[in-house]
Design a protein around this ligand. Sequence first.
Ligand code: PRP
Length: 219
Amino acid sequence: MIRGRFALVVALPKGRNFSDGYRALAQAGLELPPIENERALLHGREGGVAILELRNHDVPIYVDLGIADVGVVGHDVLLESGRDVYEPVDLGSGACRLSLIRHPQARGPIRRIATKYPNFTSRVLRERGMVADIIELAGNVELAALTGLADAVVDVVQTGATLKAAGLVELEVLAHSTARFIVNRQALKLKRALIRPLIERLREQSSSRGPERAPGETE
Ligand code: PRP
């Protein structure tokens, strides 16, 4: 069990948002443990700050259920998770979008959509009064559009390099996303003295830096 052994438990996602999240929190004055062993999943010493290194979609779960007190995760993941976490700061980093993507030669109605974001996708379909089967995949979703597993996919586009390499086209941007600082609602009360000033400093930092846009993205 981790509860009570650390002053603060921070959930960070592996990959793109890890280093940006780590940097933002360190700049805000949080005494983070050094990442000494790249393969470790839990960094930190008893009594200090601990970092849990998680898959993107697991960050809101750990924070909502109070295993982690705070975390950093993309807004896209929060749109999917439906978890009840406090989302006080837009860090502005990790800008990307959730888009509807298709093979340029695909014709006819979209009856089957593959995605890592099934809840988000079904919400979009419902709002538009559209009907399609949703196939949930764990990764490399573009392959579904390339191979004909699905008529279209809903996936993250950041630089657009993956789309380009696969020869797919972005039909429509469904949502924009940036990294967010999230907080467990109970921890906000119990660890107020630590978390409140952190929120304030993160807000100051992100407002002085201004929004980051995904490459190729315009206002
Ligand atoms: C995401 C997404 C795309 C890619 C888009 O995958 O699913 O495949 O990044 O980024 P780009 O526009 O910069 O090319 P991720 O790397 O998170 O891996 P996954 O598909 O295994 O989840």
